[in-house]
Design a protein around this ligand. Structure first.
Ligand code: NAD
Length: 378
């Protein structure tokens, strides 16, 4: 069977869905692997390294031969046309709100898996792309903030005077937010953080940051069984906004990471709050792709407000640290694929009864099969 790894067609995407390591492992399982020339360039993996690991270097047209395609992004309309019917595609499919694209993928006879739908259970931790990528995005958000901030992060006591430590506020203490807290602390900033999930309080404290939140009855019940945030009531959001408004005015840097699965990102920082910050302050909005947490954020831009505050709206922040992101993403994919490989027979077969398959399979046999998206596509 043939596995194809394309160069991502979206120019904003610097990641690649395989590494030399994963190619070697897959070659060991008996697959023929074709990597499109240049696929790894922006992740610092030259063609020669893939070749050395056991891949053939090919062209985009080789997609037509593939039984399995490993991708970062959902295939485009043009890519779908080049695939053979019955191919299995693994990617970050971004299915929410893209039902028409899903339907087209189904019509192409493609069996597709949305890696971001992987359940967060112990067995699947090694396949958890949301965590592997969010962790790097949280790190990178702090680096981006530091690059835009014209002052130092740590307190520095020098013969020429004292530079105060930067005050950083992290909104949303999930995987990205916790890594942002840890990174900001390592750089010597004074860090505070907030979240609507009560479980986050202890995690924030354990990283040495101060937790700031409205801790009422609704807050105490604000976590779903899956460990995700719920959309909060208007009353709660108003109370939260009042607390946040007072706090933000005193911050140098704010990093927002708040998301609710399948919903637009909650609006947490208003234009008035941004205006309350000092000139030279920086906001980094990691939720910009889902509408943003910060009023006035513009995707793919560093906007400067009238009062001299920068709002950073980089998209695909994990992709801004592509070599590390690709290495981890490729490993996530390999781990999932290996659950479908019969190592004796050296063959690939999908067990449609497996809970990981059920959770991630979006299209199969010409139809959208995922329960969350099937009705919307029909
Ligand atoms: P996410 O990316 O969906 O959201 C980021 C954070 O924003 C979350 O912590 C969320 O609570 C928070 N948020 C949402 N609305 C908010 C608001 N109005 N104000 C402030 N914060 C708000 O989250 P994630 O990083 O994917 O993590 C979600 C959960 O999954 C966490 O409980 C995490 O510990 C858990 N998790 C479990 C596993 C596992 O068991 N394998 C792996 C990773 C994460």
């Amino acid at each position: 069977q043939i596995i194809f790894v394309p160069r991502e067609t979206d120019i904003a995407e610097a990641r690649v869905a395989a590494s030399a390591d994963t190619v070697k492992r897959l070659a060991g399982h008996g697959f023929d692997i074709i990597v499109e020339s240049g696929a790894g360039t922006r992740s610092r993996i030259p063609d020669a390294e893939f070749e050395k690991a056991g891949a053939k270097i090919g062209a985009a047209a080789d997609a037509a031969k593939a039984d399995i395609i490993l991708k970062v992004r959902r295939p485009s309309a043009a890519e779908i046309k080049s695939y053979k019917s019955g191919v299995s595609v693994f990617a970050i499919m971004d299915p929410y709100g893209n039902e028409a694209e899903l339907a087209a993928i189904a019509r192409g006879g493609i069996t597709s898996f949305g890696m971001e739908l992987m359940p967060r259970i112990t067995r699947a931790q090694v396949m958890d792309v949301l965590s592997s990528q969010a962790n790097l995005a949280g790190y990178r958000a702090v680096i981006d903030a530091a690059a835009e901030y014209d002052r130092a992060f740590p307190m520095m006591m020098t013969a020429a005077g004292t530079v105060p430590a930067a005050k950083i506020f992290i909104m949303g203490a999930g995987v990205a937010g916790l890594q942002a807290i840890a990174t900001a602390r390592r750089l010597g900033a004074v860090v505070t953080a907030t979240d609507v999930r009560p479980a986050a309080k202890e995690q924030v404290a354990s990283l040495g940051a101060k937790f700031i939140a409205v801790e009422d009855e609704e807050f105490k019940a604000a976590e779903t069984a899956g460990g995700y945030a719920k959309e909060m009531s208007a009353e709660y959001q108003a109370k939260q906004a009042a607390l946040v408004a007072e706090h933000i005015a005193k911050q140098d840097i704010v990093i927002t990471t708040a998301l609710i699965p399948g919903r637009p990102a909650p609006k947490l920082v208003s234009a008035a709050m941004v205006a309350s910050m000092r000139a030279g302050s920086v906001l980094v909005d990691l939720a910009v792709e889902r509408g943003g947490n910060v009023e006035g954020v513009v995707a793919e831009q560093v906007a400067t407000t009238e009062n001299g505050v920068k709002i950073v709206g980089h998209v695909n922040v994990a992709g801004r640290i592509a070599a590390s992101a690709s290495q981890l993403y490729a490993k996530n994919l390999l781990a999932f694929l290996e659950t479908m490989i019969d190592k004796e027979a050296k063959s690939f077969a999908i067990n449609r009864e497996d809970e990981l398959v059920k959770a991630t399979m979006l299209t199969d046999g010409g139809a959208v099969v995922h329960e969350r998206f099937a009705s919307a596509a029909a």
